[in-house]
Ligand binder design. Structure first.
Ligand SMILES: Cc1cc2nc3c(=O)[nH]c(=O)nc-3n(C[C@H](O)[C@H](O)[C@H](O)COP(=O)(O)O)c2cc1C
Length: 312
């Protein structure tokens, strides 16, 4: 079926000189789709709006102790602990492959100090094959005694400004839900110069093996994702979209085209699909198809007729 007549393109960095245009609003969420390269022979990745790679740190990381993943009702708890190959390997081994793709790749960046984030983003500057950076602020800030970056409005703003000053790439800041007021943090991130905001990361949780009388995860706690968190994510996206003037990217529990459309109606310009990739390899491409079919069946020519349609 040819849907070329539908206008599904979205601009995620309208104020940035380079911009960040996606052919459709469906991206993969960080940590659930590797570096995209693993999927080349399995799905048509060129049909995706963008790929967001695994959280990248300055040095390679082994992550947390096992077990690191456990299913819960309607969701998944993970405590991967940012296992990744490190920024140098991303530049050397992954970016040359990405460079040949039409689909934009956004590098998700993590760190324990502002300086670590800066060093990673500096290394990404000028590397072909990278279209943007997503700053994951749900990391423990070791200079603030292990408190989450994303929980402190002033630190998130400082981090955003610092990163923005040293890169020519569009920057999106990914917020987590484990905060008192996500809207205030989103406004601070916008004021600090972010091009876009993505939300939400996982919700802090735990599971117990009652026979062993022990936590299921080696790390005791983990991050909850999947359909169980969708209503929380949807509400946070709605609230943030009302409060900021930069694009918002919705994430959390999206497994179908209808889920994605709900986020768009709540003001998201695009969506990220995470846990659904672990259930069905074709989750993202099925969502792209489903959005096209919904538009065709409801005589909607442009996605912009849907984006923000539920906002007051
Ligand atoms: C196994 C796993 C690993 C993840 N790793 C990262 C990561 O490295 N960086 C990040 O910003 N988010 C990470 N996330 C969070 C997801 O990108 C996403 O924000 C979250 O899972 C909510 O979306 P979902 O319900 O569609 O999975 C991870 C999630 C899972 C399930």
């Amino acid at each position: 079926m040819n849907y070329d007549y539908l206008d599904c393109a979205v601009q995620l960095a309208p104020s940035h000189p380079k911009g960040l245009v996606l052919s459709n609003p469906v991206m993969t969420a960080s940590g659930t789709f590797g570096y995209g390269i693993e999927y080349i022979d399995l799905i048509d990745i060129e049909r995706l709006g963008a790929i967001i790679c695994k959280g990248t740190t300055l040095m390679p990381r082994n992550g947390n102790s096992q077990p690191r993943i456990i299913e819960t009702v309607g969701g998944l708890l993970n405590s991967i602990g940012l296992e990744n190959v490190g920024v140098d390997a991303v530049i050397k081994d992954k970016a040359p492959v990405w460079e040949k793709w039409r689909v934009p790749v956004i590098v998700n960046v993590a760190g324990e100090t502002i300086d670590e984030y800066i060093q990673v983003v500096e290394k990404l500057e000028g590397v072909n094959g990278i279209s943007g950076v997503e700053i994951n602020v749900s990391c423990p800030n070791i200079t603030a005694g292990g408190m989450l970056f994303g929980a402190d409005l002033k630190i998130v703003a400082k981090l955003t400004r610092a990163v923005k000053n040293i890169t020519s790439l569009p920057i999106m800041v990914k917020l987590g839900p484990n905060v008192t007021n996500v809207t205030d943090i989103a406004i601070a991130v916008e004021d600090a110069g972010a091009d876009a905001i993505s939300l939400i990361n996982t919700l802090k949780g735990m599971a117990i093996d009652i026979k062993k009388r022990k936590p299921c995860l080696g790390n005791i706690s983990g991050g909850l994702s999947g359909p169980a968190i969708k209503p929380v994510a949807l509400y946070m996206v709605y609230e943030v979209a009302k409060a900021v003037h930069i694009p918002v990217i919705g994430c959390g529990g999206i497994i179908s085209a209808m889920d994605a459309l709900e986020f768009l109606a709540c003001g998201a310009s695009a969506v990220q699909v995470g846990t659904a990739n672990l259930i069905d390899l074709h989750a993202t491409t099925n969502i792209v198809n489903g959005i096209n079919e919904f538009m065709r069946d409801n005589n909607i020519k442009s996605l912009h007729e849907i984006i923000g349609s539920c906002l007051p």
